[in-house]
Design a protein around this ligand. Structure first.
Ligand code: SAM
Length: 202
């Protein structure tokens, strides 16, 4: 993954990390020849590993400085999780499909990431036990911003989430400032649905 494939990504640290994390290890060997192309790929259970450009854009939008505690919703293959783990000491990640969560645990452990905890469950309600989080990243799309996620965000925290219709959404950055919540639109996007109590019905 090189910078020419990620146009518009300006954060050098994101480009450097994306050039190092081996994306092919997060997909089936039959897909290795396509692993460094800029598109999503199937990972089983009807889910996909996100497009590298989108992973880079979401990571950049989190404005990480290094010490943040991060909650990720939608572990999927674990690829985005690995990118986050390169930046931060503590990653909590939730995946609803047990087979994907297990595979992600195995590959992240094989690659030496020890700062990641993955839970199987409905991430639309967040993970209250370890809240508040400095950053929350949702890699599946919700009809509205889940209230529980805003609640579990720390003061001055950021939530990055695709919000909109089932087949097309807007990637949003939500910033919590005391009692105020400020939302910025980043770009149009198309993610698989966030299925759960504060997402779409299954
Ligand atoms: N970022 C991942 C990667 O790099 O492989 C891809 C994530 S995939 C686009 C979205 C994931 O969200 C799927 O694995 C899906 O099972 C999961 N998901 C959907 N609803 C969820 C929920 N309520 N809680 C946790 N995970 C959920």
């Amino acid at each position: 993954m090189v910078s020419t494939q990620l146009p518009g990504i300006r954060d050098e640290r994101v480009l450097e990390v994306m050039s190092r994390v081996p994306r092919h290890r997060f997909v089936d060997p039959a897909l290795w020849p396509q692993a460094y192309s800029d598109y999503s790929l199937p990972i089983g259970a009807g889910q996909t590993i996100s497009q590298p450009y989108m992973v880079a854009l979401m990571t950049e939008s989190l404005r990480l400085s290094g010490g943040e505690k991060i909650l990720e919703i939608g572990t999927g293959s674990g690829y985005q999780t690995a990118i986050l783990a390169e930046f931060s000491a503590r990653i909590f990640s939730i995946e609803r499909e047990p087979s994907l969560a297990q595979r992600a645990r195995e590959i992240l452990s094989e690659l030496g990431y020890e700062n990641v905890v993955i839970m199987v469950g409905d991430g639309s309600k967040g993970w209250r036990q370890f809240s508040p989080y400095d950053r929350i990243l949702v890699t599946a799309s919700a009809p509205e911003v889940p209230y529980s996620l805003v609640e579990q965000l720390s003061d001055n925290g950021l939530l990055v989430i695709p919000v909109g219709e089932r087949d097309h959404q807007v990637l949003k950055v939500i910033e919590k400032k005391g009692r105020e919540v400020v939302a910025d639109d980043i770009c149009g996007c198309s993610f698989v649905p966030l299925i759960g109590e504060e997402g779409w019905p299954g």
